[in-house]
Design a protein around this ligand. Structure first.
Ligand code: B12
Ligand code: SF4
Ligand code: SF4
Length: 268
């Protein structure tokens, strides 16, 4: 069964995946699974490398179309494979908005090490990877699940802590610049100053940019992340986007107003 999963994922250029018993994972938002009407038994979790080149004022994860779109596609294909092999099974796909802490799941699934920047770092693609998963009620043994492994850590060089604009990584600040750019409402003068200083309209890559594991980031082999890229967003590009184009961007989830506010802060 593992081989069939591996083959299916390889067709989409996905090299890193793991199969784990759900009971071994940290459930961070139990209500998501309660609402999903499923008895979760096994998780098939995979990495999507997304580095597609440098960006100007959008963080690297937000330059392509919204990664949730590709996660949905992968989960649909995985789900039909599981449905074919186990006809009465129930499966649900997740990515980001998930009942589990995805980074700790990927760590115990041997897909990478934990960086002091809080991110999963993969041996080949560094930390520029998204995590997606299919949760199913098929028993772990039937899917040849692995036992969870011990977590491994980065070499604590300190570069991410030193580079972090808000100081949150060294415990000196209480907010993350990525979060600030994604918050609705008015931002403080200090928050606007940080956005200008780091020229970021959406997200923050500072703790990844300086990390030695990302020194020579490898381009993603997944076409989705290389197409339709926006590396620098300005008001003209935004106003030229119709509602469908806009809704298919990772920076859309807080609505146009939030993006317009950020453009104004950066004088774009
Ligand atoms: C909320 C959220 C955010 C928030 C809060 C971030 C945060 N640090 O929690 C904000 C908006 C700030 C954010 C920013 C970013 N995010 Co985010 N975010 C999430 C989300 C939806 C939930 C995270 C969560 O529950 N946090 C609360 C708790 C769990 O966080 P924590 O205590 O720091 O987590 C650690 C502990 O759990 C600790 N731990 C404690 N006990 C145990 C036990 C075990 C066994 C283990 C192994 C670990 C462990 O390890 C965890 C990892 O550090 C996840 C998706 C998901 N469902 O997991 C994506 C996710 C973590 N984000 C992701 C990304 C890409 C980003 C950004 C890089 C985007 C950007 N460029 O701006 C930044 C990076 C900021 C940073 N350095 O963390 C990716 C990370 C991929 C990776 N390689 O690790 C995820 C996994 C989404 C995805 N599906 O790919 N994010
Ligand atoms: S994303 Fe930016 S603000 Fe957030 S922890 Fe990393 S460097 Fe610090
Ligand atoms: S910059 Fe250094 S301390 Fe931070 S995650 Fe990378 S290796 Fe670890």
């Amino acid at each position: 069964m593992r081989e069939r999963i591996e083959r299916l994922l390889a067709e989409m250029n996905i090299e890193y995946f793991t199969v784990l018993p759900y009971s071994a994972l940290r459930e961070s938002v139990p209500r998501i699974i309660e609402r999903a009407a499923i008895t979760p038994k096994t998780v098939i979790l995979y990495l999507l490398p997304y580095y597609g080149g440098e960006t100007v004022n959008l963080s690297r994860y937000a330059a392509s179309r919204d990664y949730h779109l590709i996660i949905k596609e992968v989960n649909l294909r995985l789900s039909s494979l599981i449905g074919e092999c186990f006809p009465n099974s129930v499966s649900r796909g997740y990515g980001d908005h998930s009942p589990i802490d995805e980074r700790s799941a990927a760590l115990v699934g041997r897909l990478g090490i934990l960086g002091d920047n809080g991110l999963l770092i993969n041996e080949k693609y560094g930390s520029y990877v998204f995590i997606g998963e299919l949760i199913t009620d098929v028993e772990p043994e039937l899917l040849e699940a692995s036992a969870p492994a011990d977590v491994r850590y980065c070499h604590h060089c300190g570069a991410c802590k030193a580079a972090c604009p808000t100081g949150i990584l060294s415990g000196e600040g209480d907010s993350c610049l990525s979060m600030i750019t994604q918050r609705k409402g008015e931002l403080s003068d200090e928050e606007c100053r940080l956005m200008r200083k780091y020229n970021t309209l959406w997200g923050c890559d500072e703790c990844q940019r300086v990390c030695p594991y990302n020194r020579e980031p490898r381009l993603t082999p997944i076409e989705f992340f290389l197409e339709d890229r926006i590396c620098e967003l300005d008001s003209d590009t935004l106003s030229g986007m119709n509602d469908t184009d806009f809704s298919e961007r990772a920076f859309a989830w807080r609505g146009r107003k939030t993006v317009e506010r950020n453009l104004k802060i950066l004088g774009k």
